[in-house]
Every structure is written in C-alpha cells, then in structure tokens.
Design a protein around this ligand. Structure first.
Ligand code: TYM
Length: 333
C-alpha cells in the first residue's frame, strides 16, 4: 500500500517555491493516494519563533493548503505537535542515527552558520524528527522540493539501520517524489540562491499573501540577463535567472519548459515578464482570497487541524506499539 506523507514549516512567508515545489504536487497526488499533510510546528521551533506568530503561521499554512485545493476530509491535514508520537519516535531515531550522518547535513551547516556552538540541539537533530514524521505512519512516498533530498536519504538510512539492528522489516525505505518543472524555484534577485522564507529581501520571493500589484512589481524587478528568450532550453544552465523565470512560467501554466521557449522565442524579457505576471496573478489571486477567507475563522482551522491530529494519532498508534515491542520497551497493560 502506498501512503504519502509531507510537511511544511510554519515559519516566515509561504512562497511560490513552497507552492510549486510542494503543495501543488500534493493537490495532484491526493487523487491517487492516501495522504497525510502536516504543519511541522515542532520543526519550526528549532530556530526561535515568537509564540503568537507561530500559532498564526500554523493556521496560515493550513489555510494555504486548503485554499490550494487539498481536501481535509479526504486527506489527513494536521499539526505535528498534535500527535505526541512524532517526538516519541524521534527519540528512538536519535539513538539510531549516527553523529557522522548528521554532520554531513548541508542544511544544518547553512542554517547554523558560523556560530555553530550556539545552534539548538533541535536544529542538529532536525532530520531525525523528519524521519520520525514519515515513518510513524510507514509512509512510502514523500513529495518534496529538491532541497529536502538529503534529509530523505537520511530517513532511508535510519529505516534501514533500524530494520538491520533489530532484524525486522518494520519500516519501508521511503521514496522521494520530486517532480514538475519547479522542483527548485530560485530567488528573483539571484538565480543561484533558492527562493526561501528566510531571505531578508522581500523582492526575492513571491509570497502567497502578495496582492496582484506586489506580484507584478516583483516580477518586473526580477533579475534577468540582456538576451531574449531562447528557442529551446539548451544553454539555459548558463542563464540561471532566465531559466528560473521560464521554469516558473512553465509550472504555473502547466506546460513544459520547451513549450515556453517555443512560445516566446526571441522575445525580450520585458514582454515575457508581463505574461508571467499575468499567469502568476491568475493562479495565485483566487488562492490568496480563499486563504484570507479561511484565516478569518481561526476556530474553524483549529477544528480541522485537531480532527486531523486525532485521525493521524489513530494511524500512528499501532506503529508506535510495534516499535516499542521491537525495541524492548515494557508493554502496556
Ligand atoms: P519547508 O517548510 O522548508 O518547505 C516546504 C516544502 O516546500 C519545498 N520548497 C521548495 N520547492 C521548490 N523551490 C523552492 N525554492 C522551495 N523552497 C521550499 C520544500 O522542498 C518542501 O517540500 N524539512 C521540511 C519539512 C518537513 C518534511 C517532513 C517534509 C518536516 N518533516 C517530512 C517532508 C516529510 C522543510 O523544512 O520544508
């Protein structure tokens, strides 16, 4: 049986990269698979979060998922802290994962920066909690953007080591699902940097809360090179900003990068940017409006997340019981 799990952190601004690299793919996958989609608030606090902002952002992410088309009835949509099993399994994985594995994690190095001594232990052990998120439900497939690939490799290593150490076939070896033309959306200011929630420049990203005017302005100001659009994608590797905007158009219009090049071949970027802004506004504006409508009723969002957490806990319960028995924890009476 295939089961999908994916998560998103309630930190900073939800942006076009999160939408195109992850949420939009989730909407497609819900047609075929049993899916759990989680707002990972426990991951968020690995770096400091203002408590009032964290709770607002948790609701905002849930609103964004639902506004994007994720059905909270058909899927399990919940907040991580609502299911204690995540922390319980993460502890066991802290004892399975090796220091050497975590030392190789590039995202820790990036996030901790130079002052590593001052990073939280949680930030270091972050990938173990992520493995626990997935394996607590024995999920088989994990749809993410490209930046999560290394973390998923670690989840596979943890599953394998647990199974080997205890001589069991308990956990599946998860498969990452990284697909679509926008698996790595780049900053609008720098084609070599990932579009990110934490970039200090708001012009680097399109937020899902931006209005039409802001979207148009940011696309107009996006960095490009002086060349027109090419006839075909060959050679775009050397033009990261151009490649990024073309990829974003392809993803938004749901066509291939080849089709975008064929359609706009030889046109200047100024004209292409107008078209890109139009398709971005057409896709995002209804979603933003729906997000706002949902956010106006926080009690309704809380009810959805809490109900989701109850359903998730029911799925987690037998897995946790099995793991406790395998590890040798005293059985409950
Ligand atoms: P997070 O919150 O950083 O991002 C959520 C999802 O958005 C994708 N993404 C992008 N895709 C394309 N281009 C970008 N510029 C871009 N930026 C972000 C991410 O790849 C991700 O799919 N560790 C995870 C959250 C997590 C998780 C999990 C994911 C916790 N537990 C279990 C999967 C399974 C994270 O920080 O995602």
């Amino acid at each position: 049986m295939n089961r999908i799990f994916s998560g998103i952190q309630p930190t900073g601004h939800l942006h076009l990269g999160n939408y195109l690299g992850a949420i939009r793919n989730w909407v497609k996958l819900q047609e075929e698979f049993e899916c759990l989609f989680c707002v990972v608030d426990m991951h968020a606090i690995t770096v400091w979060q203002e408590p009032a902002e964290l709770v607002t952002n948790t609701r905002r992410i849930a609103a964004a998922m639902i506004a994007a088309g994720i059905d909270p009835e058909r899927n399990v949509v919940f907040h991580q802290s609502g299911v204690p099993g995540h922390a319980q399994l993460a502890w066991i994985f802290n004892c399975v994962a090796r220091l050497g594995w975590l030392n190789r994690m590039t995202q820790f190095k990036e996030k901790a920066g130079k002052n590593r001594e001052n990073a939280s232990v949680g930030l270091y052990a972050y990938p173990n909690l992520m493995a626990a998120d997935i394996l607590l439900y024995k999920a088989t497939h994990v749809p993410v953007g490209e930046d999560q690939k290394q973390h998923l490799e670690l989840a596979r290593d943890i599953a394998q080591k647990f199974n080997n150490d205890y001589g069991v076939h308990c956990f599946p070896i998860v498969e990452p699902l990284i697909f679509g033309p926008a698996t790595r959306v780049m900053s609008l200011r720098d084609g070599k940097a990932k579009m990110s929630k934490s970039d200090p420049s708001d012009y680097s990203r399109i937020n899902l809360t931006d209005d039409a005017e802001a979207i148009r302005l940011k696309i107009r100001k996006a960095r490009t090179d002086p060349e027109p659009l090419p006839e075909a994608p060959d050679g775009l590797e050397a033009r990261p900003e151009a490649a990024n905007l073309i990829g974003i158009y392809a993803a938004l219009a749901d066509i291939t990068v080849e089709d975008v090049c064929a359609r706009f071949a030889g046109q200047p970027f100024s004209r292409f940017k107008d078209e890109l802004a139009q398709v971005a506004v057409a896709t995002l504006a209804p979603m933003t409006a729906e997000m706002r409508r949902l956010e106006a009723d926080p009690a309704h969002i809380d009810a959805i997340l809490n109900r989701g957490a109850e359903r998730a806990a029911t799925l987690a319960e037998p897995v946790l019981r099995e793991v406790h028995q395998i590890v040798g924890f005293l059985p409950p009476q």
